[in-house]
Design a protein around this ligand. Structure first.
Ligand code: HEC
Length: 160
């Protein structure tokens, strides 16, 4: 090797070139991955988002509209405790399931316990009382339609 300095310069030059190429490839790859996930560069476009938020806020009124005493979206009766009930009781199943079931306080509570035990219903905290009151007030057991519970019956034992 006559000129080691020159060789060193050349190799380090080539080495640098390789590093630059690798860096470029990495940048292009990352850019490609980013574009793949966010093709319209929405991450960098903040201006549009604010107006969308305002629109969404306006929609919320529409979303929870009450007409003729009924919460339009769910059909639940508009009364104290409505929104706690809407928020906690209409995410897993339709509100129809709630509306169709008219129960006493004890049975509403035991239905809630049953869902908590078997259906992953969360702890309702202070809302439980609000919701149960709402349900018993607005969806109590039907007074008429079904026959009254039988009373004063002389039961007899079945003979084997
Ligand atoms: C985590 C999910 C979940 C939430 C939240 C939930 N439920 Fe349920 N609930 C269920 C499931 C699952 C069933 C069974 C559905 C079926 O049988 O098709 C059910 C069934 C019911 C039934 C019918 C019970 C029966 O005996 O047939 C009633 C009434 C009911 N839920 C009321 C409520 C009320 C009131 C709330 C709010 C406190 C509520 N649910 C919140 C999951 C949930």
């Amino acid at each position: 090797m006559k000129n080691p300095d020159k060789f060193e310069q050349q190799t380090s030059g080539a080495y640098r070139l390789v590093l630059i190429i690798i860096a470029l490839v990495v940048i292009i790859l990352l850019g490609g991955i980013y574009l793949y996930n966010d093709p319209d560069l929405s991450y960098f476009k903040n201006s549009g988002q604010d107006s969308e938020l305002v629109e969404a806020a306006g929609d919320m009124d529409e979303y929870n509209k009450v007409e003729n005493g009924l919460h339009v979206r769910t059909g639940l009766i508009d009364a104290p405790g409505l929104m706690a009930t809407v928020n906690n009781c209409t995410t897993c199943h339709s509100a129809k399931l709630v509306i169709q079931n008219r129960m006493s306080k004890e049975r509403w509570i035991s239905t809630i316990r049953w869902m908590q035990k078997t259906q992953n219903l969360w702890d309702l905290g202070d809302n439980e009382e609000v919701i149960v009151n709402y349900l018993v007030t607005n969806y109590p057991p039907k007074k008429k339609g079904r026959r009254e519970v039988l009373t004063n019956i002389e039961w007899y034992e079945l003979k084997k």
